[in-house]
Design a protein. Structure first.
Lengths: 228, 192
């Protein structure tokens, strides 16, 4: 192997330990040094890739008139306040985000206004090993949805303040109520026995009250052997 | 989009993955790998929401064909491959809205390079700016742990073409980071 080939291979794959490359490196200090340098650079690339990408990267700000500096400072303050607000209202974990994404995927569910027959509600609950002592005439949407590897009941419940979506998560445990706000929805995930319940709203429904009510009324049944 | 499972998620199971315990183990395995898959998808798609969709769809596909997974130790590479294909499929289905990264993310100036974190930030920005044809093999190699041969097979390229792309990717990053010129001249030809 000649130096040119070795350098191309090192540049493409610094971790390569092909015998012919190793043999070349034993006799070429320059290429060996290059490989060490490229391996350090590769470690930096690996570090850079460990965090997910973020489009909010710093911008180079050209010199600006003094009044623009003040405007910029005010903007920074406002942006900081906005960032703090977003931080305070952020979904505190992936679970909240996944719940929101799931509900976003079924936009028609919010539009349901007719009561679901008791059989459909029972089906969605039993399939997930859940029983609910809850007035069925308040449920206007009931589906059995695939979520985190299990079927879970996805319900929409009519409340005095508007509809609220409920996901009963038998297999997901949370330690404490987890409030979140994302994609125009507010909600809470509360612990309930061995599982948890997520309640979301888009308007003014009282998710906390409904979650508390459901918590008292949900019961976990023996898990169905075959959820299909 | 309904986030539903196949009609019968337990209708067929491989001998190695039979029974409720095996199903639960596989679910747990998939879940444990989700952060890796999401990070991988985000570097490919450069958009968290799109990456979430890609991973969700990939996991559903993986679940449907889980009997193809003979060795749980190979699950990570198997799932990463499915994620990559799902990303490629997304591009085939529709052209995603493109954002000029030159506008979205300027690279910090040289004054920032004195700081270690700024170096990393510069590098991250540089990777973001790489065209997909360079970014994809680089992410597959460094983050996914794929060999040159595996990348070549997956991208339907020759091994030489993959090495060329990887060389150029690093060459561009080194130039962006202000490091000395990359080793040797960049290959001129990239046989497909």
């Amino acid at each position: 192997m000649i130096c040119e080939d070795a350098r191309l291979l090192i540049g493409a794959d610094p971790e390569c330990a092909a015998p012919e490359l190793e043999e070349h490196l034993r006799g070429c200090a320059e290429c060996a040094a290059l490989r060490e340098e490229m391996r350090r650079f590769n470690a930096d690339i690996r570090r850079a890739l460990q965090e997910p990408p973020d489009l909010q990267l710093p911008r180079h700000v050209p010199a600006a008139p003094r009044w623009r500096e003040w405007a910029l400072a005010a903007s920074v303050v406002l942006a900081s306040l906005a960032a703090i607000a977003v931080w305070l209202l952020r979904p505190t974990d992936t679970l909240a985000h996944e719940v929101v994404m799931h509900v976003r995927g079924e936009p028609d569910s919010w539009l349901s206004t007719h009561n679901v027959n008791v059989g459909a509600i029972d089906h969605s609950l039993r399939r997930s090993g859940v029983a609910l002592d809850f007035a069925s005439d308040r449920i206007v949407y009931a589906q059995s949805c695939w979520f985190r590897g299990h079927y879970v009941p996805h319900l929409v419940v009519e409340t005095a303040q508007g509809p609220a979506t409920v996901l009963i998560l038998r297999h997901v445990q949370v330690k404490a109520p987890d409030y979140f706000h994302e994609s125009g929805m507010s909600g809470v995930i509360v612990p309930a026995g061995d599982g948890s319940i997520a309640v979301l709203e888009r308007g003014s429904a009282q998710v906390k009250d409904l979650a508390g009510e459901l918590r008292q009324e949900v019961h976990w049944l023996p898990e169905p052997k075959d959820p299909s | 989009m309904r986030n539903s499972s196949p009609s019968s998620p337990v209708s067929f199971l491989g001998d190695r993955l039979r029974g409720a315990d095996a199903r639960a183990s596989l679910t747990a395995l998939f879940e444990s790998l989700r952060p890796d898959l999401l990070r991988f998808a985000q570097w490919l798609a450069r958009d968290r929401a799109v990456a979430e969709d890609i991973v969700q769809e990939a996991l559903l596909r993986a679940w449907r064909s889980r009997d193809a997974l003979k060795d749980p130790a190979a699950a990570r590479a198997w799932l990463l491959t499915i994620v990559r294909r799902e990303h490629a499929r997304l591009y085939e289905r529709k052209r995603l809205e493109l954002v000029s990264l030159d506008e979205a993310a300027e690279i910090p100036d040289s004054a920032l390079r004195a700081d270690g974190d700024a170096d990393l930030l510069t590098l991250r920005a540089g990777i973001m700016k790489l065209p997909l044809e360079y970014r994809e093999p680089l992410v597959m190699q460094v983050l996914g742990g794929f060999s040159t041969e595996e990348i070549a097979r997956e991208l339907e390229l020759t091994g030489t073409a993959v090495l060329t792309r990887l060389f150029r990717a690093r060459h561009k990053l080194r130039a962006l980071c202000g490091t000395d010129a990359a080793p040797g001249a960049a290959p001129r030809e990239e046989p497909a």
